[in-house]
Design a protein around this ligand. Structure first.
Ligand SMILES: C[S@@+](CC[C@H](N)C(=O)[O-])C[C@H]1O[C@@H](n2cnc3c(N)ncnc32)[C@H](O)[C@@H]1O
Length: 199
């Protein structure tokens, strides 16, 4: 799989370690997601495990009886995610494993909900990932995307990103419309949240 971005370190440490909680925006990001989560028990897919924050959040927030699968192509992210899930005591509710947004190891219509938090700016091409995420959600399933907007490119990421790695929410909305979704977008100064359903 093609990868974007060059990792770099500051004083021997990744510039954004697991402690940074989305540069202080974590609270507001989780509140925006919370408002959009289904209230019934669901099977949810978290794409891009990363630090495991969203997997843990979903497992805590979704209705009792829900299950979360979290995938990432990076072994290191899966190790970090597994540790976060275990530390939170949520190993029975979250299954982690290898997988990429463009090729998800699940059958069609497996999930009620697919979520990608700070995933899109890592993708080389977004439309194949959207089609694949659409494939694994049910016909009435929901897609939730949160990502940094173009103004965030100067944040001290552990990976060196270019300004063109970050999309405007309108660009994401257009890509969603072109891949068979209807979307609503909420824009914040640094990040955006998109809620999409299949049309
Ligand atoms: C900023 S982290 C995501 C943070 C995570 N959602 C959380 O809540 O902690 C981005 C992750 O996307 C993963 N990633 C990169 N390319 C990917 C792809 N094509 N499909 C799925 N995940 C990918 C990276 O390995 C990395 O772990």
């Amino acid at each position: 799989m093609a990868r974007k971005g060059k990792h770099f370190q500051v004083n021997g440490q990744a510039a954004n370690g697991p402690g940074h909680d989305f540069f202080g925006y974590g609270h507001r990001i989780r509140a925006a997601l919370s408002d959009r989560l289904p209230k019934r028990p669901v099977r949810a897919l978290d794409v891009g495990t990363g630090f495991g924050r969203n997997a843990v959040f979903l497992a805590r927030q979704l209705a009792r009886g829900s299950h979360v699968c979290s995938v990432d192509p990076s072994e290191e992210s899966l190790k970090r995610g597994t540790a976060a899930v275990q530390d939170a005591g949520l190993a029975a509710v979250v299954t982690l494993g290898p997988g990429s947004a463009e090729r998800l190891p699940f059958p069609d219509g497996e999930f009620d909900l697919a979520v990608g938090v700070m995933l899109f700016h890592h993708l080389v091409k977004v439309p194949p990932a959207l089609r694949e995420m659409g494939r694994v959600i049910k016909p009435d399933g929901k897609l939730l995307i949160v990502d940094w907007g173009p103004t965030a490119h100067l944040l001290p990421f552990a990976i060196e990103h270019r300004v063109e790695d970050f999309f405007t929410p309108r660009t994401v909305e257009k890509m969603l419309l072109e891949t068979g979704f209807g979307a609503t977008v909420e824009q914040h100064p640094m990040w955006y949240v998109v809620e999409a359903v299949k049309v």
